[in-house]
Design a protein around this ligand. Structure first.
Ligand code: GTP
Ligand code: SPV
Ligand code: MN
Length: 590
């Protein structure tokens, strides 16, 4: 080890971890382009990366992970607070001492024959008072390259600044030479919120390994936010501008693989309306000097779902990933480009699937993995907002909650007030998706505020925190809406065209913010009147539209026992106000 940092805590920690993991050498990252190219070269030479055809996809690479390591692993995600109750009923808890003992044994010597990389980074614009610093130690050059895109890699931590240590190893004993990882029983993605510390072992994929994202910016940050009076949320942030030039900023929480990236950079189908992207996955939100809420995106790139992304559905994502992009678990075309289910055009004649085998239509399984992803710089997005790195953030005019619901839940409706909105967020439910490895796809699960896998403390306390924020904001609390783009008809087809057409729901939300339209008071909340939705040029029948805007009291009654069960888990940590909201909801359903 040659290099000395300004920050003593960093020097001590790097030394301790190098002694434990016993790497062959230690490399100190600075975030430069030369370093990025060096990592990629290392991966190309080792055969872990495939260079895509530079004429089709300049400076872009494809990686294939081991089939056992293709998504976040919720069963291996641990919140290790001192007291079990502080992790709460929705998190897996192991006592810190016991967990550290187990993991130290796994880390011991795990980097023999490997290089240990030290990556200092900033979540949020460098130097912004709203940003947080982290340092990731990893043995994966793939992680280094991804961190270059997803975070702002810096070369040191100032002596007087704290940072969040993020320890990572892909581990040993599982995977293969191209994608080493640990066997499933040895994987741990551990968080010590009270210590602001992350220890991840055994997985090289996505949120398990790029520790600035879900581990730091959500699990650790949500606990810091709880203590310090701000919010760290699994939310996209967008700026919507109407034809008159009035701007609205909207933050929306949808569970993984439920449409955040798509909404954040959509092209509105409504003439004269414009969307600009500020963030597609995480929002850090604080009260500004004027009493309103302001949001920043702590990330520097997009780690987006590839399947379903096309010029027809998300042209701005397609433009973003034209070059300088890392692809993971996509299919490869004969002419050296990437491919996935739902991309534009004909299925290419020659295709290699995400595991490296020849693939033909009609083959069992998909060519691209359902959780195949792209890693691309946010600055490459054609509709990135000029204020996306503004250190003070953007003022939030409305919050959205939404998930995948095939039935019962309307296209858009509004909460009666903040507390009702928190209730709606707390009963956010979605059909399961491929973003988590353990799930049976399609089954319903409650995912409060889309934070179920990402809340670093007791979710009952998290609900209380949301209520408290509302109490502080009073009249400045933004209105809260609930959306559902995913209703299906009896034949299993989506009833709403979605994507750019979702701007029609957003326009109604703007009209509500400005008090231009009234709404229908119903058992579930405030529903749009059909004539208040701008549906010019949408190919949806009046009958379908009426169906999409029904409160569906009878169907929603089926959820009462499920919500009761969901709420029961929180015991005495469930805020009394939410219990009352639930009683009112049941009464209103009749
Ligand atoms: P994470 O990155 O996992 O947090 O996901 P996300 O919430 O950003 O989801 P994303 O925008 O990547 O969308 C996931 C999938 O949902 C993609 O296959 C999209 O094509 C699809 N999707 C997004 N918006 C819509 C919509 O309005 N209608 C329909 N039918 N599908 C959509
Ligand atoms: C999610 O699952 O919500 C993601 C992907 O954004 S990951 O970074 O792997 O968590
Ligand atoms: Mn996400």
């Amino acid at each position: 080890m040659k290099r000395i940092f300004m920050n003593q805590k960093l020097n001590d920690w790097v030394k301790e971890m190098a002694e434990l993991c016993k790497p062959d050498d230690v490399y100190f990252c600075n975030g430069g382009k030369v370093e990025y190219d060096f990592m990629i070269n290392k991966l190309l030479v080792a055969g872990m990366a495939i260079r895509l055809n530079p004429k089709k996809r300049p400076n872009s690479y494809l990686f294939r992970s081991h089939p056992s390591d293709v998504a976040r692993l919720e069963k291996a995600t641990i919140i290790s607070s001192e007291n079990k109750d502080d992790a709460g009923p929705t998190n897996i808890w192991i006592a810190p001492d016991e967990l550290k003992r187990k993991m130290r044994a796994l880390y011991d010597g795990c980097m023999k024959g490997r290089t240990m990389f030290v990556i200092p980074f900033s979540m949020g614009p460098v130097g912004s008072p709203l940003s947080e610093l982290g340092v990731e130690i990893t043995d994966s050059p793939y992680v280094v390259a991804n961190m270059h895109i997803m975070t702002r890699v810096i070369s040191d931590i100032p002596a007087d600044k704290d940072f969040i240590p993020c320890m990572h190893s892909v581990g040993v004993g599982g995977g293969n030479a191209m994608w080493p990882c640990a066997p499933i029983e040895d994987k741990y993605i551990s968080h010590f919120p009270e210590e602001k510390l992350i220890w991840s072992y055994g997985s090289g994929y996505g949120g398990n390994a790029l520790l600035g994202k879900k581990c730091l910016a959500l699990r650790i940050a949500s606990y810091m936010a709880f203590q310090q009076g701000w919010m760290a949320e699994h939310m996209l942030i967008l700026r919507l501008t109407n034809p008159q030039g009035r701007r609205y900023h909207i933050a929306g929480a949808f569970p993984s693989a439920c449409g955040k990236t798509n909404l954040a950079m959509m092209n509105p189908s409504l003439p004269g309306w414009k969307v600009e992207c500020i963030g597609d996955d995480i929002a850090w939100i604080r009260r500004g000097p004027d009493g309103k809420l302001y949001a920043i995106n702590p990330e520097n790139g997009f780690f987006g779902v590839a399947p379903g992304t096309s010029y027809a559905t998300n042209p701005n994502a397609m433009e973003t990933i034209k070059e300088n992009t890392i692809f993971t678990n996509c299919a490869l075309t004969g002419d050296g480009d990437v491919w996935w289910e739902g991309i534009d055009g004909e299925i290419p004649l020659s295709l290699t699937d995400w595991q490296g085998n020849p693939w033909k239509p009609g083959n069992n399984g998909e060519a691209a993995h359902a959780n195949a992803r792209f890693t691309a710089p946010a600055a490459q997005c054609p509709v990135i907002c000029k204020d996306w790195e503004n250190p003070t953030g953007v003022p939030i005019d409305a919050f959205l909650f939404g998930g995948r619901r095939e039935s019962a839940v309307p296209l858009v409706f509004q909460a009666r007030d903040w507390n009702h909105g928190v209730f709606l967020g707390s009963i956010l439910a979605s059909e399961k998706t491929a973003a988590d490895l353990d799930k049976k796809i399609g089954e319903l699960r409650y995912d409060p505020m889309a934070m179920l896998p990402f809340c670093g403390y007791n979710m009952g306390d998290y609900f209380g925190h949301w209520l408290k924020i509302g109490d502080i904001l009073k009249g400045d609390a933004p209105p809260i809406f609930y959306v559902n783009w995913f209703r299906k008809d009896a034949a299993g087809k989506f009833m709403w065209p979605g994507y750019g057409h979702n701007s029609r729901a957003l326009k109604w939300i703007c009209d509500r913010i400005d008090g231009h339209v009234s709404a229908e008071e119903t058992a579930i909340g405030l529903l749009p009147k059909i004539e208040d939705l701008d549906l010019s040029g949408v190919n949806v029948s009046g009958e379908t539209m009426r169906e999409l805007l029904r409160p569906h009291r009878a169907l929603r009654r089926h959820e009462i026992p499920l919500i009761a069960q969901h709420y029961k888990k929180f015991g005495s940590r469930l805020p009394e106000r939410l219990a009352r909201q639930f009683i009112e909801f049941v009464a209103a359903l009749g």
